[in-house]
Write a protein that binds this ligand. Structure first.
Ligand SMILES: *Cc1c(COP(=O)(O)O)cnc(C)c1O
Length: 381
């Protein structure tokens, strides 16, 4: 490789493991003696069939999911799933009901999109606490406690976003069957948008009805969306659901109902093998814990920077922070770029800063960021 690559804290599309990029570069012109790039292959030929089947098998091994789930590679990103999910699942409810937990920008988008397809209700909202009366500046993002969620027993599903990429809110204590029963909604399956922390930690799929994730945050390049869905939930698509988005069709053809995003699946497959080689999700979780603790630990001893998220739900993947004096923001970002630390600007809707520290961000990158944070505070504090 040429020049030193800067540390990339982008929220997505985001950093990929260097080893994966090097392997893809080596195989670019000639994949395994085929004389073709993966991009040039038929999606029904033997080479790509093997790539796709291996990617699915490796992903199943990482997640620990069996054949009760279909594992699908789809297109359209998590945004398209906001429509594809209700089109596939809401028909399970006689009155086309589905309930949504609102915990930040992405779940609010999901909630709004779903309204095109049925009777959609808020199960909980973190908005109120997020925006009003808090003496903290800026107010702390959080997740409404499960006990307060209101779920209709007749809902087709309960939707939540388990990692709000913009707000930096991560929630993994998903309700189990007993908790759903205690909420008065036994048997209502959970639908989870896990886009931005997918594959960052083990997840309890016994609590999951369906889970989706755009790959470009933590699993690969843009263009492929991973869908993990219980087979028992499939087969109720609304008549208006496009054939290519009907989980029944995609599952039957093992992600090759139509031409899938072949190259994106290939790269995601390399990422899955990279993760397996490191010891899978328990191993990468340890690294992610170390990285997040180092960064939050630094912020918590500083008065110069603040993290606007309640400590109980701070994301290990997306770390928003603000400078006490926002007039220093531009100087902070310029200095960061000069120090080889890229893409630290917060999402345009909330401002401030955000460091996304996905699986492929090594601990060295986080340490380089902390060094810079310390230096900038000494210069300007
Ligand atoms: C990025 C993101 C999305 C949107 O993904 P697209 O690929 O742009 O459709 C949805 N949900 C979450 C949690 C995200 O991080």
């Amino acid at each position: 490789m040429g020049a030193v690559r800067p540390w990339n804290f982008s929220a997505g599309p985001s950093v990929l493991p260097q080893a994966v990029l090097e392997q893809a570069a080596a195989q670019m012109l000639d994949f395994n003696g085929s004389g073709m790039s993966v991009m040039e292959m038929s999606h029904r030929g033997p080479e790509f069939s093997q790539i796709c089947d291996e990617a699915e098998a490796d992903l199943r091994a990482l997640l620990g999911v069996g054949d009760e789930f279909a594992v699908l590679f789809m297109q359209g990103g998590a945004t398209a799933e906001n429509a594809i999910v209700p089109m596939n699942l809401i028909g399970r409810s006689a009155n086309r009901q589905a309930d949504y937990v609102l915990s930040g920008s992405w779940s609010i988008k999901s909630y709004k999109e779903a309204q095109k397809y049925g009777d959609i209700a808020q199960a909980a909202s973190s908005d109120r606490v997020w925006r009003d009366g808090s003496k903290d500046y800026p107010p702390l993002a959080w997740m409404a406690p499960v006990q307060s969620w209101q779920v209709r027993p007749t809902a087709a599903y309960l939707h939540l976003c388990s990692n709000e990429t913009i707000g930096g809110v991560e929630f993994v204590d998903w309700p189990d069957a007993a908790t759903m029963a205690a909420l008065g909604a036994p048997g209502v399956p959970l639908v989870i948008d896990a886009s931005s922390h997918f594959l960052s930690r083990p997840m309890d799929f016994s609590r999951v009805g369906m889970l989706y994730a755009g790959a470009q945050k933590n699993a690969g390049p843009a263009g492929v969306t991973v869908v993990v869905v219980r087979r028992e939930l499939i087969g109720h698509a609304l008549p208006i659901c496009p054939s290519a988005f009907d989980y029944a069709n995609v599952a039957k053809e093992r992600s090759r109902f139509n031409t899938p995003p072949t190259y994106a699946i290939y790269i995601a497959g390399l990422v899955f093998k990279w993760l397996l080689a490191q010891g899978g999700l328990p191993a990468i979780e340890k690294v992610n814990q170390t990285k997040a603790q180092a960064l939050y630990g630094f912020f918590d001893q500083s008065d110069f920077y603040r993290v606007p998220v309640h400590p109980s739900v701070r994301s290990r993947m997306n770390v928003p922070f603000v400078l006490a004096d926002s007039r220093l923001d531009a100087a902070f970002l310029d200095g960061a770029r000069a120090a080889g630390l890229n893409q630290l600007k917060g999402h345009k809707s909330v401002g401030g800063m955000r460091a996304s520290i996905y699986n492929a961000m090594p601990i060295e990158g986080v340490m380089a960021l902390i060094d810079y944070l310390q230096w900038f505070e000494r210069e300007h504090g």
